[in-house]
Design a binder for this molecule. Structure first.
Ligand SMILES: *[C@@H]1O[C@H](CO)[C@@H](O)[C@H](O)[C@H]1NC(C)=O
Ligand SMILES: *[C@@H]1O[C@H](CO)[C@@H](O)[C@H](O)[C@H]1NC(C)=O
Ligand SMILES: *[C@@H]1O[C@H](CO)[C@@H](O)[C@H](O)[C@H]1NC(C)=O
Length: 385
């Protein structure tokens, strides 16, 4: 019926327009059919021609998701039709980019599960009932709002769990204690309940980037017991204070784009492995930054761009990279910031301050740099001013 209507319309059009117009019209009709089935015939071929056809529109929730993509039958009888099972990797289940709305039943042999880039809205226990040997689960970039209680608790071998870019409001409960990487960035988490990461002694990476965590959403003991944690990412949240109880094992602490105003004087004292600190885009001013708070001998890379600092904080002789661009610094006194006496003759090469890279652009400074800066920082080979 639809094609009849289209044909009679075309005949009418042939009477009025040239063969070229017909060609253009056909193209328009075909393109429109791909986009969505239309019952009404096209009326204004010339307008269509004048404005370029829009691309296939982004699907609207929740009814307009594109249909799931089914693959050819697999040699594995337990391979879900909406996934592919590679005979040379029998422990992997590939279900990514297939417009899925739900998690298929995962075969027991699966170790590596790829479900990223779908439209899954909940993670149910049934799908995982037999999948007790999973090691990697990638559920990133879905629409997950809900994870059944204890879904992952029954998977003791799980070491990587990727849930970033979803719609979670809370950290899934009862996470397996053997987890090494937990990515929860780009969700809607506002608070972390006490004990959420309890006993997760093997966790190395905890990514909570881009959530809605505030100071009251983090407890004093939230990170307690994470004795192998190396990277803690809390960037793009709404913290006003430095997080409490960061484990001593942490090497990388990322806090960019919060609203942190001050740092307690002894904050870094217990963080004896800390090497990378990012505090770009916060509200730090001289008042909130105690004079020697960054004088931490393990620090290698310190980023304080886009704050309100008026002077350069003191730092240790081991620091290599310092980002201070886009603050309110008006002057720089090499003698004052030099971790050693700048007139030392540095007979002992290990005493030479290691600073190699310094960014100072976006302040109220103009070149040249004072002589005492060059005298002190002899390894400095890049300076942006
Ligand atoms: C789990 O495995 C058992 C035994 O192989 C099977 O009977 C059952 O149907 C499986 N459950 C699911 C949800 O696949
Ligand atoms: C910075 O720390 C070093 C030890 O790493 C110490 O010797 C020095 O006195 C400290 N400087 C300031 C200004 O606190
Ligand atoms: C730099 O600081 C030192 C020590 O604080 C001070 O003696 C000196 O006068 C200052 N230099 C300038 C140019 O302000």
């Amino acid at each position: 019926m639809e094609s009849k209507g289209t044909q009679s319309n075309m005949r009418a059009v042939v009477g009025l327009w040239s063969a070229l117009t017909l060609f253009l019209l056909m193209e328009a009709v075909i393109a429109d059919r791909i986009r969505k089935p239309t019952k009404k015939p096209q009326r204004k071929p010339l307008d269509r021609k004048a404005t370029p056809m829009p691309g296939i529109p982004e699907p609207q929730e929740p009814t307009d998701f594109p249909p799931p993509i089914f693959g050819p039958p697999s040699i594995f009888p337990d391979c879900p039709r909406e996934c592919s099972c590679d005979p040379s990797h029998p422990s992997a289940l590939n279900c990514e980019n297939r417009n899925l709305r739900k998690v298929p039943v995962i075969p027991a042999r699966t170790h590596y599960l790829y479900l990223q880039n779908n439209y899954i809205s909940e993670v149910t226990a049934e799908a995982f009932a037999n999948a007790t040997e999973l090691r990697w689960v990638n559920l990133a970039n879905n629409r997950i709002q809900r994870v059944d209680k204890e879904v992952f608790a029954k998977i003791p071998s799980l070491i990587y769990l990727y849930l970033q870019k979803n719609q979670l409001k809370q950290v899934p409960s009862a996470l397996p204690v053997g987890l090494e990487q937990l990515r929860l960035g780009r969700n809607r988490i506002t608070r972390i309940p006490p004990g959420a990461f309890q006993k997760m002694e093997r966790l190395v990476l905890l990514d909570l980037y881009s959530n809605q965590l505030s100071d009251s959403g983090l407890g004093k003991n939230t990170f307690k017991g994470l004795s192998h944690l190396i990277q803690l990412n809390l960037a793009r949240n709404v913290l006003k204070k430095m997080p409490a109880g960061v484990p001593a094992s942490v090497i990388q602490l990322f806090l960019d784009r919060n609203s942190i105003e001050d740092i307690p004087k002894d904050y870094f004292e217990s963080l004896v492995h800390l090497a990378f600190v990012r505090l770009n885009y916060n509200q730090l001013s001289d008042r909130g930054v105690p004079k020697a708070v960054f004088n931490v001998s393990t620090l290698v890379d310190l980023q304080l761009s886009h704050n309100q600092l008026a002077s350069i904080p003191l730092f240790n002789t081991h620091l290599e990279h310092l980002h201070l661009d886009h603050n309110s610094i008006e002057s720089i006194n090499g003698t004052r910031i030099c971790p050693q006496s700048p007139t030392s003759d540095y007979g002992d090469i290990t005493l030479v301050p290691k600073l190699r890279y310094l960014r100072l652009d976006g302040n109220h400074l103009s070149p040249p740099l004072p002589m005492d800066v060059a005298m002190c920082f002899r390894h400095l080979h890049s300076i942006v001013i």
